[in-house]
Ligand binder design. Structure first.
Ligand code: HEM
Length: 426
């Protein structure tokens, strides 16, 4: 694969795959199978559900029975009815695995109002436009350094060298976490999100043990900062806010994981996705080089195209009719953002990667409603700064993908373990 080839449509499937998908009886379709994401063959299933059964019931899966919501407008309806579709951990949480990534911890993403709102407000200032403007220079400086150390004319893994390194540095900044230990942040994020069956999943006991270490480390930071005057980092903010300063260890750990995972895998995979999207769409890469100001609209387009959080879950706490289907109290409801972001009723030419779309922020990658992503501006800023610096350093299309991406085994994250690239300045 390289940037000279013709355009590749990420979601395209061969005629034989399409035939195989069409042959599956509708009620046997199970879009939660993580291998469909790992092999990037999920798209034909999503398309079929959007066309034939947009509110679909899957009776049997490794995660139990669940509803699949695949169209943009139906997901909006679920997102805007939090009184019916609960995010609360005690009802099942926010991922297909019961109890929030199967961790059994409390996070404010896994709370309903009024509790949710109070916790969200406590960390909100850390992610405000004003705070981010202050952080931009640090992010730019670190991005420049990471890019300046990349090898030229040699194959390397973009995921490790750029995406992980930049997002981890960013998290360390937000937590004011000792830089020399920053790799532990990546480790805890990976341990939290590893799904049973994935190469990086060890065991539930290992998860518990490693997250215990995470709690211990952060509790030490908390205790130090609680005694000091308030400072502009997540730990200090939580330690000094009325809403969060009496959290139980389980709630504290939950919020930490939320911020670590929220700030890590999502942005990291969008950064990798941006390089893959450019490689598959060389016309767009050229257009960007000729018009660097298009970075502004390219960034939300990358996030839509990648949709690094493929799904979120809700649990019905009352009976509800959606799209003519009867969802019952207690049912698990999966919102497939990855599908909604390819819904042609909501987005023009959704299969195409177009860096100068008219309405690039028309997507559901950040969710919608009361739980809409709190880090959206931060994520966009990081990817924008990365591409501004790439374009300054290599003004012509120079980053080439030289092998197939290795994708993550998960139906929650749409991400990459490896993307081999070469930089060959023109
Ligand atoms: C491209 C990057 C990102 C994507 C695609 C993304 C996506 C999402 C999604 C889909 C939700 C849930 C929305 C819902 O349930 O309706 C969410 C929530 C959240 N995200 Fe992000 N996220 C990204 C980056 C970040 C970053 C950088 C941070 C912060 C460090 C962050 C922090 C959060 C938090 C705290 C929540 C919970 C909000 C709440 O429950 O009120 N995210 N994000």
């Amino acid at each position: 694969m390289n940037s000279h080839q013709n355009k590749v449509i990420e979601t395209a499937v061969s005629a034989s795959v399409q035939q195989a998908v069409d042959a599956v009886p509708l009620d046997e379709i199970n879009v939660s199978d993580p291998s469909l994401f790992q092999t990037n063959s999920i798209w034909a299933y999503f398309e079929r559900l959007r066309n034939e059964d947009p509110v679909h019931y899957c009776k049997k899966s490794e995660f139990g029975p669940f509803w699949s919501i695949t169209k943009y407008k139906d997901i909006m309806e679920v997102e805007t009815k939090p009184e019916v579709f609960s995010s609360a951990t005690e009802n099942g949480g926010i991922t297909i695995l019961d109890g929030n990534l199967g961790l059994g911890v409390e996070m404010f993403i896994g709370m309903d109002n009024p509790k949710h709102e109070a916790h969200r407000k406590a960390v909100n200032p850390m992610l405000s436009a004003a705070t981010l403007a202050r952080l931009e220079d640090t992010i730019r400086e670190r991005t420049r350094k990471v890019l300046s150390e990349l090898p030229i004319g040699e194959t390397f893994n973009w995921v490790d060298r750029v995406s992980i390194e930049l997002t981890t540095l960013m998290l360390a900044t937000l937590f004011d976490f000792p830089l020399e230990d920053r790799k532990m942040l990546t480790h805890w994020s990976e341990v939290s999100t590893a799904m049973p069956g994935a190469a990086n999943f060890v065991s539930d006991e290992y998860k518990e043990q490693e997250l215990g270490k995470c709690l211990e480390y952060f509790t030490r930071l908390w205790n130090e900062r609680a005694k000091l005057p308030p400072a502009p980092d997540f730990i200090s903010m939580m330690a000094h806010s009325e809403a969060t300063n009496k959290m139980t260890p389980n709630q504290f750990l939950g919020n930490l994981i939320l911020l670590i995972v929220g700030g890590n895998d999502t942005t990291r995979n969008s950064m990798t996705g941006s390089v893959l999207a450019m490689s598959q769409n060389p016309d767009q890469y050229k257009k960007l080089c000729a018009n660097p100001e298009l970075v502004e609209s390219m960034v939300p387009e990358v996030i839509r195209w990648q949709t690094p959080l493929a799904s979120m879950r809700r649990t019905a706490v009352a009976d509800y009719e959606l799209g003519g289907k009867h969802i019952k109290k207690g049912d698990k409801v999966m919102m497939w953002y990855a599908s909604a972001n390819r819904d042609e009723e909501a987005i023009e030419s959704p299969e195409e990667f177009i860096i100068d779309r008219r309405r690039p922020r028309q997507h559901l990658a950040f969710g919608f409603g009361i739980h809409r992503c709190l880090g959206n501006r931060l994520a966009e800023m990081q990817i924008r700064v990365l591409w501004e610096e790439i374009l300054k350093r290599w003004p012509e299309p120079s980053i080439e993908v030289v092998g197939e991406p290795r994708r993550v085994y998960s139906c929650i994250l749409r991400g990459y373990e490896a993307l081999p690239v070469q930089i060959n300045p023109k």
